[in-house]
Design a protein around this ligand. Structure first.
Ligand code: FES
Length: 335
């Protein structure tokens, strides 16, 4: 009598199937396209931000201006401090415009796949000069963002354009899994950058709903804070900040502004609201009732009650959120 036979064949393992599915991604083409889209998208955004979105940047003086940034580079004591003082400081606006132009050029080169090695070397030069000035004093070094960008640009300069997704290149014939993988990865990175831009609400929202450009500071160095006092406001639509009316002068209240970590401070009889993200590297700042300012516990940046930087390494004010006070004392914010 024979016993029934059972098949012992189980098919390819999960690991094997995953490695087959991911095989097209294990190529220089995909690596180059991912680096091109991320680094190129970031350069383009940085250039557009400096040239168009931030009305303070191309100014010789004032918080957030290129002039103030260069002065910070000099005092930060990096290896290029002397060069910055001698060459850049006397002509800050020209230097700021050149920096924005170089970033736009590098971004366009990488995104379109044109002269990618040169674009990557330009990006590496920009990142290295910032690593030797802006983030030279950051310790440990891995908190500084310019060094990883420098290494990424060098890797891309070695890889080249990857041979895919180049503007104007002839379309390849037939099915090419490597090209398809590059297309999927490139689209994913571009979508990721788009999401990051949307999450950068104070600018993205103001560009979409605020009539085209963000509102500049009235004068260099003046407060860019949106504030409201009970006597000056008219009833406006907005989202109520619960608990605000019970705040005493000098007290702060953390709240969520449409998913963004925010803080409301009562400065005398005036309410001011800010995103809590430190403008150096994003750590939430905390209101210090004793000293009457905001402290970032990560690297020690401090911001005044109006959101202005009073202690580096941050060099931009906290991002303000518009608030208003109704006649009944209700405080609302608008984004
Ligand atoms: S994250 Fe560096 S000082 Fe705030």
């Amino acid at each position: 009598m024979s016993t029934p036979k059972h098949s012992t064949h189980k098919g390819p393992s999960l690991a094997r199937r995953a490695s087959v599915a991911l095989a097209p991604y294990a190529s220089n083409t995909v690596a180059a396209v991912v680096l091109r889209f991320f680094l190129g998208g970031t350069m383009l955004y940085a250039g557009v931000d400096k040239a168009l979105l931030d009305p303070r940047f191309l100014q010789a003086d004032g918080v957030g201006s290129i002039g103030e940034t260069l002065r910070y580079f000099v005092t930060s004591g990096g290896p290029l401090a002397g060069l910055v003082e001698a060459v850049a400081l006397p002509q800050p606006v020209l230097i700021g415009a050149s920096m924005a132009g170089a970033q736009l050029l590098a971004g366009a080169s990488l995104l379109t796949g044109s002269w990618v090695r040169y674009g990557a070397l330009l990006g590496a030069g920009i990142s290295l000069s910032l690593a030797l000035t802006s983030t030279w004093g950051v310790s440990p070094y891995y908190y500084g963002n310019d060094l990883p960008y420098f290494v990424g640009f060098l890797a891309l300069a070695a890889l080249g354009d990857g041979g895919a997704l180049r503007l104007g290149a002839p379309a390849p014939r037939g099915h090419n899994p490597e090209r398809r993988a590059a297309l999927v990865s490139g689209t994913g990175v571009a979508a990721g950058i788009a999401v990051l831009l949307v999450l950068d609400r104070s600018r993205a929202v103001s560009m979409i709903t605020g009539g085209g450009t963000p509102t500049p500071s009235p004068t260099p160095g003046a407060s860019a804070t949106s504030s409201a006092s009970p006597t000056s406001s008219a009833p406006t639509a907005g989202t109520v900040i619960s608990g605000a009316p019970s705040l005493a002068a000098g007290q702060a209240l953390n709240f969520s502004a449409g998913g963004t970590d925010a803080v409301l401070i009562k400065d005398g009889s005036t309410y001011r609201a800010f995103e809590r993200a430190c403008t150096h590297a994003g750590t939430p700042v905390d209101w210090q009732e004793g000293s009457g300012d905001f402290l970032c516990s990560n690297h020690g940046a401090r911001f005044s009650v109006t959101g202005q930087v009073t202690n580096p390494p941050a060099n931009r004010p906290l991002r303000a959120i518009e608030v208003s006070v109704a006649a009944d004392g209700t405080v609302t914010y608008r984004r």
